[in-house]
Write a protein that binds this ligand. Structure first.
Ligand code: AGP
Length: 602
């Protein structure tokens, strides 16, 4: 997720852009840039790293008079975080900023290179500005050229373009990535969310997918596939703190709701019509690899455990999972035909980083699954796949876990394609299920209020068991960790088949058991495990598509034949349960006691 800002008007532009980007830095900050056209002067500045580096670069610059301007803070999806890859991207006389992924950029880039266009960056975005100028060099009509450009883009984009060919206009288009327009008298603002323009604009219009147009002379002309359209503005929120959370009470809550959208970002350009592709991976990454070892901590360890079931079941490749802090000191036996995968949201976890270095010293090939490009773990790895969850501000991980799990599911299929262990029928089923995932992550109007009501019954007791089988055992571990982290109540994730080997001794009315009971995987087995607990008076919260009468509480989920869709839906239920219990206990949901977002110490 990147951050976009635009401004058309007579106020000083640099500060408007930089202040706006500051508010968007949570969306991504591996590089940033601004471009301004005024009095026929074209100015642009870019800097790698945090926004303060761009402020430093522009400290002696000040814009005066009427002009158009755009800015961008980048969350790398294509191409490393470098100045060349930073937006705005420039053609001969135009600039563009973009959030999203142009899925057909390689095809467009090839066409443009055949026409002699020289690309400076590795990004998909640069195709937009060169395509615009190719069109404009033919028809000499900026508006028509912009329309022709947008018409050729596939994928997700929120984009702003300014050009010396029409120096009083900002062109815009939105499809799949967020963007809004702010108004204040004759000034016009553009932004990825409303925080950057609070205190500047007074009214706002939230663009819909497929809408595009231009801003000129303080007015906005809006179009969609059916032609020009009218639109109504609404009053802009004035509380910046609330706006950063987009109206949610906590960043964690916002991030739970964001999971459906970011999952689209995670899959974009990877889940293709008939296969999985990772253009960032060398095709020979898995050559001569006969087993996989995954190493991680905490929640990332749970996505790793989930992946082990998927790699063995789909890719037919042995997969072991290690807790990084244990792995480092166990004198592990390592073989060079092992692919060593590390998973880390922050990319800075000390134990995981050190484990990676150990594996590399032993000659293993390494791959990291990470949410922060250019982080230590990414830089240390031979290859990396970014989860594209956007910055996760809640210390308790939610969307990072969901996107890690999706990347690992895609990887399992990618390996199966490479090793030809998946037939076309199963591949089609897996791809269809993946495409349904964003829907399984949507939170319908009834489930959240239900979890809020339910949570009042789980504020005491001598602890919780979260139980599940197979893929749902790692999910049970994750559900227990989420609850522990933000409620400070004791909770354990356990394989449901193991309860009778000791833990069931704890069963009584004060023992709360959250049972993950998917219909698509070993339902009868898990059901009998839960019945054993009910028979001993344990208090059971059953999460299942199938009503379970013995439970004290029951949360109905959607039956779907693919276990991963049940997995993601039940994941949301356990996240909301932890959130609402924590809220009732009055805890700091986003910054729980004793924790840190990135554990960079042993
Ligand atoms: C997850 O909710 C916790 N904050 C914690 O377990 C975290 O997953 C762990 O510290 C690993 O962090 P990483 O993914 O950044 O490596």
């Amino acid at each position: 997720m990147c951050g976009i800002i635009g401004y058309l008007g007579k106020n000083e532009k640099k500060e408007i852009l930089l202040d706006g980007l500051q508010e968007l830095e949570y969306r991504g900050y591996d590089s940033a840039g601004i471009a301004i056209i005024e009095n026929k002067q074209l100015k642009n500045f870019k800097a790698v790293g945090r926004l303060k580096n761009l402020r430093e670069k522009t400290k002696d610059y000040e814009s005066v008079g009427f002009g158009v301007s755009i800015g961008h803070t980048r969350w790398a999806t294509h191409g490393k975080p470098t100045e060349l890859n930073a937006h705005p991207h420039m053609g001969a006389y135009s600039f563009v900023v973009h959030n999203g992924i142009i899925e057909n950029y390689q095809e467009l880039k090839k066409e443009l290179q055949t026409d002699g266009v020289k690309f400076l960056s590795q990004t998909d975005t640069e195709t937009i500005v060169h395509l615009f100028e190719k069109n404009h060099n033919i028809n000499n009509n900026p508006w028509q050229s912009f329309q022709d450009t947008i018409a050729k883009l596939d994928g997700a984009y929120a984009t702003l373009l300014i050009t010396e060919a029409d120096e009083e206009t900002i062109y815009f288009a939105k499809n799949g990535s967020p963007m809004l327009i702010g108004f204040n008298e004759s000034d016009v603002y553009f932004a990825s969310s409303d925080t950057p323009i609070i205190g500047k604009a007074t009214e706002v219009y939230y663009l819909e997918d497929g809408e595009f147009g231009y801003a000129k002379d303080g007015k906005v002309f809006l179009f969609d596939a059916n032609g020009e359209k009218t639109f109504s503005k609404q009053a802009l929120a004035t509380d910046k703190a609330m706006a950063q959370k987009d109206g949610y009470r906590f960043f964690m809550e916002k991030e739970i709701y964001e999971q459906s959208q970011v999952m689209n970002d995670t899959m974009m350009g990877r889940v293709l019509e008939d296969k999985i592709d990772f253009e960032e991976l060398d095709k020979n990454l898995f050559d001569n690899i006969s087993n996989i070892k995954i190493c991680a901590c905490g929640t990332s360890y749970h996505s790793a455990l989930t992946a082990s079931y998927l790699f063995e079941r789909i890719a037919k490749i042995p997969c072991q999972v290690e807790i990084a802090s244990e792995f480092r000191y166990k004198e592990p036996l390592l073989r060079e035909d092992t692919l060593f995968i590390t998973i880390s949201q922050s990319g800075e976890t000390a134990d995981t980083l050190e484990a990676l270095k150990m594996a590399k010293r032993a000659g293993l090939r390494s791959l990291s699954i990470c949410n922060v490009d250019n982080s230590s773990i990414v830089r240390e790895s031979d290859a990396a796949v970014l989860t594209r969850a956007g910055i996760e501000k809640g210390v308790a991980s939610t969307k990072a876990f969901a996107t890690q799990t999706m990347v690992l599911w895609m990887l399992a299929i990618y390996v199966a394609q490479a090793k030809k262990t998946i037939d076309s029928e199963l591949l089609k089923e897996e791809l269809n299920a993946m495409r349904q995932t964003p829907k399984s992550l949507l939170i319908n109007d009834s489930i959240h209020p239900k979890m809020t009501r339910l949570s009042k019954r789980y504020l005491h007791g001598h602890g919780f068991f979260f139980i599940g089988r197979d893929l749902f055992f790692p999910l049970a571990l994750e559900g227990a960790l989420k609850l522990k982290e933000i409620s400070y109540l004791h909770a354990e994730g356990y394989p449901s088949g193991e309860m009778k080997h000791g833990p069931i001794a704890l069963a009584d009315a004060e023992l709360f058991t959250v049972a993950l009971m998917p219909k698509s995987l070993h339902y009868e087995k898990i059901k009998s495990n839960v019945e054993e607990l009910c028979a001993r008076d344990a208090t059971v919260l059953a999460i299942s598509p199938e009503p379970f009468d013995l439970a004290d509480d029951y949360v109905k989920t959607t039956y779907d034949s693919h276990p991963m869709l049940e997995f993601f839906e039940m994941m949301v239920v356990t996240q909301l349960l932890a959130l609402e219990i924590s809220v009732r206990l009055g805890n700091d949901v986003d910054m729980p006691r004793n924790l840190a977002k990135s554990v960079t110490v042993e």
